[in-house]
Design a protein around this ligand. Structure first.
Ligand code: TXA
Ligand code: MG
Length: 310
């Protein structure tokens, strides 16, 4: 990965001017702006063509910074100790005196917050005096971006600057846990569900259904490459792109491996990159080999099911 510390200053320059900047995180790239600024956060919605009703995740450097805006609780502390910084987002109560822009929360009294692990994101957050609102750096409902060029492809020169931090290590968005009442998983993500369940000795609500809207941005049709997707396929139909996770004896040019040896973490990292590539190659339909619904496989399946909705 390219060490690009000099470009942190450039990112700060644009963020301080209330502009949006593409930032690398270990999950996916974010389209970041000053979370305290109405002007800056309004630009995120415009660039992404995102519904104003869909609240944003805010990124922090430390708990000390977070406490300016949110009430924390013991469940938060438990999870923070184990998983942060890392691919987990917490929904917490917003403090009355918080300066978070009303655009970020859609006027609600809760806030989704996260502590990204990527060293450039952390360096940037440490240097600035405000947290960063940052949804995934893609046009709404499309495939998330996992490297600098993906972000450029989505927004062209409409985004003032993109901080290059190489390819996102995880390649799937963060796991979202609401801690407002009893812990509840709102979105599967970069942390395996079983690991979070273990922390709460299985006493955690989890009621995600692929087509049910649990949170505004989790409705059907999401993460979509804009191509028909067929799941649990044994063999591709002619002219289809075939996504695989196990090496096959014959090698055909329409085969796209997420991993060759069933390594689901590797498959997760390569998912969005592969969907993007297939789209560029102008395939009209995609079939996907059955992916075991365990570990990160659950997150991959969640994304594929949403991506396959018409
Ligand atoms: O890994 C990630 O989480 C990436 C990186 C950039 O941090 N961000 C990301 O943001 O995936 P976005 O906006 O694409 O997805 C955030 C999801 C949306 O579905 C949104 O509705 C939900 O989080 N969300 C935001 N604030 C919420 C809140 N207060 N309560 C419940 N859900 C919330
Ligand atoms: Mg997104």
């Amino acid at each position: 990965m390219k060490k690009d510390l000099s470009n942190i200053k450039k990112s700060e320059f644009y963020l301080n001017k209330n502009e949006c900047v593409g930032i690398p995180t270990e999950t996916v790239y974010g389209l970041a702006a000053n979370a305290y600024s109405n002007e800056a956060t309004a630009k995120i919605f415009k660039l992404k063509k995102r519904s104003k009703k869909n609240p944003l995740i805010v990124h922090y450097y430390s708990i000390k910074d977070l406490k300016r805006d949110c009430e924390i609780n013991s469940n938060f502390e438990k999870l923070y100790k184990i998983f942060c910084p890392g691919p987990i987002t917490f929904v917490l109560k917003l403090k009355k005196k918080s300066k978070i822009s009303k655009n970020v929360t859609n006027m609600k009294r809760t806030l989704a917050v996260r502590f990204p692990k990527h060293y450039l994101a952390r360096k940037l957050l440490k240097n600035i005096s405000y947290p960063l609102a940052a949804p995934s750096a893609n046009i709404s409902s499309k495939v998330s971006a996992v490297c600098r060029s993906d972000v450029a492809e989505e927004f062209g020169n409409k985004v003032k600057y993109i901080l290059d931090g190489g390819t996102s290590k995880i390649g799937l968005e963060s796991t979202i846990v609401s801690l407002i009442n009893k812990p509840e998983i709102l979105r599967l993500g970069g942390i395996e569900l079983s690991k979070i369940k273990k922390v709460f000795k299985n006493k955690i609500n989890f009621k995600i259904k692929s087509t049910k809207t649990v949170v505004p941005g989790q409705g059907a049709l999401h993460y979509s490459p804009g191509i028909k997707i067929r799941l649990n396929a044994r063999n591709p139909k002619i002219h289809e792109a075939f996504i695989l996770i196990k090496k096959r004896k014959i090698n055909v040019k329409n085969y796209f491996y997420l991993t060759k040896n069933n390594n689901l973490k590797e498959a997760g990292k390569n998912l969005y990159k592969t969907l993007r590539m297939i789209k560029k190659l102008k395939y009209k339909s995609i079939s996907v080999e059955k992916i075991p619904n365990i570990g990160i496989g659950q997150t991959i399946n969640d994304r594929l099911i949403r991506a396959s909705k018409k």
